[in-house]
Design a protein around this ligand. Structure first.
Ligand code: FBP
Length: 554
């Protein structure tokens, strides 16, 4: 494999770690915990893993190594996120420290690898190739849900065969929920296999009081912010385009908000605000067109708009339309397929309820088509494939044309659209993610040595220097509540949406009118791996605002 100069230099980077993890460790247990909501139901569903204490690791004087090898299996679950390889390297170094003969097995392509017994032993040579690199390619990832008894039993066969003491599932909220169900099940049958979770997702929506952030968010946002900054500099140089930039984040708008905090765009839409204010698509268009018109009055016919990927489902009226379309197409797909392509739009308009039909009719041709074509295996419209950035750009143009006719707008409008998602998910992890992930992995191995199951590895206080970080574990049941999923009440980890009362959004609101009209762009530049600490080691703005109330150096 040919390596870049950066890859070669990064291979030697030693992730910074909490002081407490550097030598022998001992565990400190806190008080019993409760789930965030629905305590009675969650306790009933998880009798063996409910109520366990939060734990942390502290330095110990006595030897904390184990008498026998600690064999561990790992699964990468869901979308890629920068730093996954360092979680694995941290686990590897942790179990080798515990006992030199410990072995690490990686299950290939996500949960499928466990179910179908596809695995590979990750030896020191392999691990060394992947230290501080982006991607999940060391073993690959997959989106199969590990949730049935058949899956669990099939998995146990191979775990037993390989003498695996614990399974670490590196995933988002759903995968960690399933990790907890698995932990409970293995405990209930005395399987002798522990299950530990690690918080992963660039979307940043797996966080709470104990889990400060999910890994990968920091790097992905820095990559998108570099690109947005570059676009802003281009746009401020040519002064002739409005750039509509959609950024990933299936549901929550954390990525969009973080990128806004890093780059000061003219407009950033936050889906959670749209939902809370029950905004219509029309009012969003009015808002964007209004800023464009105000800038045009000052002679500035250029700017940037950041749009969160999940927006469409947060607009109440669009959500209803999508719901009716899902239901209608699920029952009438065959008839719909027989309608000629040129007649499909009219067909749908004639079939929907009057309210949804009017909204559907107002959508540009391509978006209306995407809403009927792009469906996942469960029959849902795949919102991530809907080109919201194009939808907004087209509708804004229409609105500005109307205003021009009414004499309310006399600027020039030309737009360019972008979607940033896959560009950031496998980037070489920032120092923050390299360090954080390595510590998460190392901590997971310590949780295993302490005999814990049903815990998520946690590293806190990460806005302080790494030596002061606090490593430990949180019972996964503590993060759970009951939610309706596919018509049934299920125990799930609460997804963290952008809090409208929280420090990052409040700060954004205090600045956005200024950013809209002034051109106050920030150009963060590429992630730096070597150099002054304020350039290389700064955590995300979201984290800094949440933990310290300060935004840090721009
Ligand atoms: P995870 O929640 O699994 O980490 O994935 C998040 C994400 O990157 C979203 O931002 C995006 O909508 C989605 O994955 C894309 O999924 P896919 O990789 O299947 O195209």
């Amino acid at each position: 494999m040919t390596k870049s100069a950066l890859q070669i230099a990064r291979a030697d980077y030693m992730p910074k770690m909490p002081e407490a993890l550097k030598g022998n460790v001992k565990i400190e247990e806190g008080a019993a915990t409760e789930s965030v909501n629905d305590q009675h139901e969650i306790q009933k569903l998880f009798p063996l893993t409910y109520g366990m204490p939060i734990v942390k690791f502290v330095e110990a004087s006595e030897n904390s190594n184990t008498d026998s090898p600690v064999n561990v299996g790992i699964i990468l679950s869901g979308g890629q996120a920068p730093g996954g390889h360092n979680v694995i390297a941290g686990i590897f170094d942790g179990i080798k420290k515990l006992h030199a003969d410990s072995k690490l097995f990686g299950f290939i392509l996500g949960p499928d690898g466990l179910i179908n017994h596809k695995y590979k032993e990750l030896t020191a040579d392999i691990i060394d190739e992947y230290r501080n690199t982006g991607g999940f390619d060391i073993i690959g990832s997959g989106r199969t849900k590990l949730e049935t008894k058949e899956h669990f039993d099939k998995g146990l066969e191979i775990l037993k065969k390989l003498g695996i003491k614990a399974l670490v599932i590196i995933g988002g909220d759903d995968s960690n929920t399933n990790a907890c169900v698995l932990a409970e099940y293995y405990a209930s049958i005395n399987a002798g296999v522990q299950v530990i979770g690690c918080p992963k997702t660039i979307d940043g929506d797996l966080k709470n009081e104990q889990i400060e952030t999910s890994f990968g968010f920091d790097t992905a946002c820095k990559v998108y912010s570099e690109l947005i900054g570059n676009i802003q500099r281009d746009c401020n140089s040519a002064r002739k385009y409005w750039h509509f930039i959609k950024v990933m984040g299936r549901s929550a708008s954390h990525i969009a908000l973080e990128c806004a905090l890093q780059t000061h765009p003219n407009i950033c839409i936050v889906s959670e605000e749209v939902a809370a204010k029950e905004q219509s698509l029309d009012s969003i268009i009015d808002y964007i067109a209004g800023v464009i018109a105000r800038r045009a009055e000052k002679g500035m016919n250029f700017g940037t708009v950041i749009i969160p990927e999940g927006l469409i489902e947060f607009i109440p009226a669009m959500k209803k339309l999508i719901q009716e379309l899902n239901d209608f197409l699920a029952q009438n797909q065959e008839e719909f397929d027989l309608v000629r392509r040129s007649g499909k739009r009219e067909y749908i308009i004639s079939k929907l309820s009057p309210e949804n039909s009017a909204i559907y009719a107002s959508l540009p041709e391509n978006v209306a088509r995407q809403l009927t074509l792009d469906r996942d295996p469960h029959g849902n419209v795949q919102v991530s494939l809907i080109e919201t950035e194009k939808l907004l750009a087209e509708m804004v143009k229409k609105r500005l044309d109307e205003w021009a006719k009414e004499g309310k707008y006399s600027g020039k409008f030309a737009s360019i659209t972008h979607f940033f998602g896959y560009e950031g998910r496998c980037a070489a992890p920032s120092n923050y993610d390299s360090d954080y992930c390595y510590s998460l992995g190392y901590t997971a191995s310590m949780l295993i040595a302490a005999g814990k199951t049903g815990y998520m590895s946690s590293v806190r206080n990460t806005t302080a220097p790494a030596a002061e970080w606090i490593a430990g574990g949180v019972p996964i049941t503590m993060m759970m509540n009951m939610e309706r999923r596919h018509g049934e009440m299920k125990p799930v980890i609460q997804k963290a949406l952008v809090e409208l009362e929280g420090a990052p959004f409040t700060y954004f609101v205090s600045q956005r009118d200024k950013w809209a009209i002034d051109t106050d762009y920030v150009y963060p530049g590429p992630i730096q791996y070597f150099g002054p600490t304020e350039v290389c080691d700064q955590p995300s703005k979201t984290l800094q605002l949440e933990q310290t109330g300060e935004i840090g150096i721009q």
